[in-house]
Design a protein around this ligand. Structure first.
Ligand SMILES: [Zn+2]
Length: 131
């Protein structure tokens, strides 16, 4: 598959998955807000850094896949759903950690099943529950 078609297909699949997810309130009715703060770092020719903060409301879909900082990345593995599900299970309010993107570095690496992206993402998750 050509690169633009492949990227379009990945984008559409993610979009479709997100649309079809239950709402956060349907997954867990005690959630008021989920705040995710992210610090990305990716080293290619130069070092790129990015800080992102996202707030999820009860009416948002229960979907926490994160866009990789590396624009060329394909099949990024950055997804905070397991962490959030675990926090909900343990009724935890905050969690921090770090993830490494194991998607393909770029389209060429995807074709030859070569190098992983290896962008790093530090995350700080805060869940506010209603009392
Ligand atoms: Zn990546």
């Amino acid at each position: 598959m050509k690169e633009d078609k492949l990227r379009q297909k990945v984008f559409e699949n993610n979009w479709y998955t997100r649309q079809n997810r239950p709402k956060i309130s349907e997954t867990n009715s005690s959630i008021v807000e989920i705040k995710i703060e992210l610090y990305f770092e990716y080293i290619s020719a130069t070092k790129i850094e990015k800080h992102v903060m996202e707030i999820f409301r009860p009416t948002d879909p229960f979907y926490f896949k994160i866009d990789c900082i590396n624009d060329e990345c394909l099949h990024s593995t950055l997804d905070l759903e397991p962490e959030i599900r675990n926090m909900l299970y343990e009724k935890q309010e905050t969690r921090t950690g770090e993830k490494l993107c194991e998607g393909y570095n770029n389209y060429t690496q995807y074709l030859y099943k070569g190098n992983s992206c290896l962008a790093t993402m530090k995350y700080f998750i805060t869940i506010i529950y209603n009392k």
